[in-house]
Design a protein around this ligand. Structure first.
Ligand code: FES
Length: 155
């Protein structure tokens, strides 16, 4: 289990009154602060709202915006939409998997990287593209993927 800032969790939970209807808002606020829903936070939320932990897990699994695992410091999202697909998104993804040593959908053990793919990131004119921590990198090539990580390592 990843250690979390317990003081921050206490501060967040202190703003809620313990009503059932607060479940989604409290989950959103916890995730906004930790980037996912830590196990410890789920236990505390269950206690605060007096509901079973299982209910929180089923709600958080139902809504795709909730995450139950931590996100790496470098959150890489590769676009696999049509425009990116026809311009080589699969190659870009394979190169990234090799470069950082994890498969799509995984987070590295050291929490440095999370690698995911999405349907479209809204920059089709720059296809193929990807995002690193929200910053778009367009017209990607295998060469540019290598350069991106050489630049990241040097910084
Ligand atoms: S299809 Fe890749 S940005 Fe739209």
């Amino acid at each position: 289990m990843v250690e979390i800032d317990a003081g921050l969790l206490r501060d967040i939970l202190s703003r809620y009154q313990g009503k059932d209807s607060e479940l989604i808002p409290v989950l959103l606020e916890v995730q906004e602060n930790y980037s996912y829903l830590p196990e410890e936070a789920i236990k505390s939320i269950a206690g605060l709202l007096n509901i079973p932990e299982g209910k929180i897990y089923s709600v958080s699994s139902f809504y795709s915006q909730f995450r139950l695992t931590p996100v790496g410091r470098q959150h890489i999202t590769v676009c696999r939409g049509t425009a990116c697909h026809v311009r080589g998104a699969s190659q870009i993804l394979s190169e990234l998997e090799q470069e950082i040593g994890i498969a799509e959908g995984e987070t590295s053990d050291d929490l440095e990287y999370t690698l995911e793919s999405v349907a479209c990131i809204g920059c089709c004119a720059l296809a193929p593209c990807l995002k690193v921590n929200g910053n778009v990198h367009g017209e990607m090539t295998v060469q540019k993927v290598e350069e991106l990580f050489i630049a990241e390592e040097a910084s």
